[in-house]
Write a protein that binds this ligand. Structure first.
Ligand code: SF4
Length: 66
């Protein structure tokens, strides 16, 4: 089953850690002052996992996309 990365925008505090760790998957939305996912199904799993572990509010998760 495929899965994709999602950010809970209500929880995100805009610390940019995920963007710094994994810029191929996460980008910072200056208008919203929150991170957003730019490559939901791609990118290096290692850096995605690292971003998930580092996020201070644990708002990055995997979601089944099927
Ligand atoms: S690490 Fe978490 S709180 Fe920080 S910008 Fe990314 S999603 Fe938001």
């Amino acid at each position: 089953m495929a899965r994709r990365v999602v950010i809970d925008a209500d929880e995100c505090i805009g610390c940019e850690s995920c963007v710094e760790l994994c810029a191929e998957v996460f980008a910072f939305n200056e208008e919203e002052e929150k991170a957003e996912v730019i490559l939901p199904e791609g990118g290096s799993e290692d850096c995605i996992e690292e971003a998930m572990e580092t996020c201070p509010v644990d708002c990055i998760t995997w979601e089944d996309s099927d």
